[in-house]
Ligand binder design. Structure first.
Ligand code: SF4
Ligand code: SF4
Length: 466
């Protein structure tokens, strides 16, 4: 029997501490249909991205093996990984701003856990095991019951297949569809690392959707716990209109009751097993199922809908929701500033990288009869999908510097890196002591120009005149 929700304990833990599996009822209301449309759009987007090619690469391709990250036509190398800082903080501020305004809209509408659990795996549950009453009966049956073995076995296989498919799409983000194909067709031992990654991803997904389910939101996800800090009385949440609903009761028994007929339909449909009439709770993922359920009941009773609805605590208390508040303005401002900085930074990413260092265990300078020489080590990365010819030249204020072997430049293949020794020469007669200079890496077509500062080291010039 289902435990009655209270604010003091979690419904999914039985009094003896064992796990109590919820079997929420389904309500095909307008909010549920809207959420299903969003969920399928998101799933289609997730599945399509590795197939969409932009400039010869998948739209999102995190090529860890070669340390290249392709994002919608832009390629980032490891040296640009700092841009992730803006992505993560931008994401954080976006979540902060939307939570302050619209509560846990992320959880209810777009979180992959909700999207897949509610709109893929629960569909499989209903397909194999029927509605919530039938599923609860199957839960209670012993495994010796053939119909349980058949239905749950079928569901088990369907879950395994779906988790396997999702794991493959996930892997395609890291190895691309053409890279994934031989891994599917070849023997597992031909690609052991990919096979292990796929098996682990399938196993984790299966464990989560088959057994762990809403526990991820209740125990692991920190966002639910953060909501008390991010939400205030003006945040729009899924809430119960206590003023209108109470005192609750059956209409036939007591005509002086509020609009809540205590049918508990809102509790039956809740995927986290709470009673929304007990107020805002950490377990509420704002899935809107209780809105649809209650609206359905109200419509049948010919009463106005909206006893459970999207509203702020202030509105439910009779006041008016304020959208413009210090926290919403602050979060939105931080988000906009972050977006501007990230856009400017991303636009400044060059399709090549140029690094300079001193090779280890070499003399700082070398003297010949005619010149002073310094040897550097140059690392050049061509991040483009076409081969490029590069030249390196030196500029200094007042001292003529020659870069050896640079008249023909060097051709670097697409998406590769070249490390080469770079010898700089200064004629003895021009040498006036140590100096700073700039080395310029230039592509043949002039599209790329990267600078590196360097310091030319040499002896005291007076010693050369002796
Ligand atoms: S569904 Fe509506 S009427 Fe029924 S118990 Fe919930 S709040 Fe009350
Ligand atoms: S209380 Fe309502 S909105 Fe919150 S999780 Fe339960 S059904 Fe979804």
């Amino acid at each position: 029997m289902r435990k009655k929700p209270t604010r003091e304990s979690v419904t999914t833990i039985a009094p003896d501490g064992a796990r109590h599996f919820l079997q929420p009822a389904i309500i095909f209301g307008p909010w549920w249909k809207a959420r299903r449309a969003v969920a399928w759009l998101l799933i289609a987007f997730f599945a399509a991205l590795p197939w969409i090619e932009i400039e010869g690469f998948p739209a999102v391709f995190l090529d860890i093996e070669h340390r290249h990250f392709h994002l919608f036509g832009t390629m980032l190398g490891l040296s640009e990984i700092w841009l992730l800082f803006f992505v993560i903080t931008g994401w954080g501020f976006l979540i902060f701003a939307t939570t302050a305004l619209l509560g846990r809209i992320w959880c209810g509408w777009t979180c992959p856990q909700t999207v897949y659990l509610e709109h893929v795996f629960r569909v499989v549950d209903r397909l194999f095991e029927g509605d919530h009453v039938s599923r609860a009966k199957i839960d209670a049956q012993p495994w010796s019951e053939p119909s349980k073995l058949l239905r749950r076995g079928g569901r088990f296989i369907a879950y395994l297949f779906l988790c396997w498919a999702v794991a493959h799409i996930f892997l395609a983000y890291f190895i691309s569809i053409p890279g994934l194909y031989p891994m599917i067709t070849d023997a597992p031992l031909a690609h052991p690392a990919a096979f292990v990654a796929m098996a682990v991803a399938t196993g984790v997904l299966f464990f989560n959707f088959w057994w762990f389910r809403e526990q991820l939101c209740l125990i692991i996800c920190p966002y639910g716990r953060l909501q008390s800090a991010l939400i205030d009385d003006d945040s729009v949440i899924v809430g119960y209109d206590e003023k209108r609903g109470e005192p609750r009761g059956k209409p036939a028994r007591d005509i002086s009751t509020g609009d809540c007929v205590d049918c508990r339909r809102c509790v039956q449909v809740c995927p986290t097993g709470i009673d929304i009439r007990q107020g805002l709770q950490m377990e509420c993922i704002a899935c809107t199922a209780c809105i649809d359920a209650c609206d359905d009941v109200m419509t049948k009773l010919k009463r106005p809908t909206g006893l459970v609805r999207y509203a702020s605590l202030r509105e439910l208390d009779g006041g008016q929701t304020r959208l413009l508040r210090p926290r919403t303005v602050l979060y939105a401002a931080l988000l906009v500033i972050g977006l501007i900085v990230a856009t400017v930074a991303a636009l400044r990413v060059q399709p090549a990288a140029f690094k300079l260092s001193r090779p280890p265990q070499t003399e700082l300078y070398a003297l010949s009869e005619t010149s002073v020489a310094n040897v550097f080590r140059a690392k050049i990365q061509n991040k483009d999908e076409i081969p490029r010819r590069f030249f390196i030249s030196a500029q200094s204020a007042g001292t003529k510097v020659t870069v050896l072997n640079q008249s023909a430049g060097m051709v670097i293949a697409p998406l590769t890196e070249l490390t080469l020794p770079l010898t700089l020469l200064v004629d003895r007669q021009d040498y006036r002591g140590e100096f700073n200079l700039i080395l310029r890496l230039r592509s043949e077509d002039g599209a790329i120009s990267l600078l590196q500062k360097a310091h030319f080291i040499g002896p005291d010039p007076r010693t050369l005149q002796k």
